[in-house]
Design a protein around this ligand. Structure first.
Ligand code: PRP
Length: 219
């Protein structure tokens, strides 16, 4: 690790829903930087006095930056972390961005048993999670990877079901889908690069403990 990299702690935050909540948690422990916003066109935002660098990336890329050590730590939803299967340490459940992974189907065409969906098509952003779930039920499925608006799948006849996250349930309701099977809870997690965790152990563990206190006090 270069001297410059050793000097700074680089934190990857995902654009979008999780960003604001994660930035707020870090601010509470004194980790912030002027102009830190996911609307910023500047992708690295530095706090020189505290030697912190924030990098703002697409959600799915956070575990990639952390796995390769381009970021020392990062914040990412458990759903994306599970799907990416990256070799990183999961340090803390930040208890933000609460949602869960589930299988949903069209209300009108709801079948009686889960097994009745065997050998049908599943539209999902999470093909690995979906496959692990259906494999655990002994079901062979055809997976169709989409990148967003997953709920369209069963409506337009692309698939019989979806595997996706649900937060408030609004998107399912508005598209006449119903939750059919629960898969896993998913909240945002603090993750760390394995080498950074050893090389910057004091700093990362202090930060983790400070965040843990903030998270626990919010319960
Ligand atoms: C996510 C997810 C659902 C929706 C669930 O999509 O894929 O579509 O949020 O939230 P709800 O239960 O509160 O309605 P996101 O907004 O990230 O956009 P996307 O469809 O482009 O992935």
């Amino acid at each position: 690790m270069s001297a410059e990299n050793m000097e700074y702690l680089t934190i990857a935050l995902p654009k979008g829903k999780v960003f604001g909540k994660a930035a707020e948690l870090f601010k509470k422990i004194g980790y912030t930087a002027e102009g830190l916003s996911d609307k910023s066109r500047k992708l690295i935002i530095t706090n020189e006095s505290k030697k912190i660098r924030f990098i703002i990336t697409k959600t799915a890329d956070v575990p990639v930056y952390v796995e390769y050590g381009a970021a020392d730590i990062g914040v990412i939803g458990k759903d994306v972390l599970m799907e990416s299967a990256k070799d990183v340490y999961e340090l803390l459940d930040l208890q933000i961005a609460k949602c869960h992974l589930m299988m949903a189907v069209a209300k009108k065409a709801k079948r009686k048993h889960l097994a009745d969906y065997a050998n049908t098509r599943v539209a999902t952003k999470f093909p690995h999670i979906a496959a692990a779930f259906f494999n655990s039920k002994g079901m062979q499925m055809e997976y169709i990877k989409l990148h967003g608006s997953i709920e369209l799948g069963p409506i337009v006849g692309l698939s019989e079901s979806i595997v996706d996250i649900v937060e408030t349930g609004t998107t399912l309701r508005e598209n006449d889908l119903v939750e059919y099977a629960f898969i896993a809870d998913a909240t945002a997690r603090l993750i760390a690069n394995r080498v950074s965790f050893k090389m910057k152990f004091a700093r990362i563990s202090k930060l983790t403990e400070a965040l843990r206190q903030v998270v626990n006090s919010a319960d």
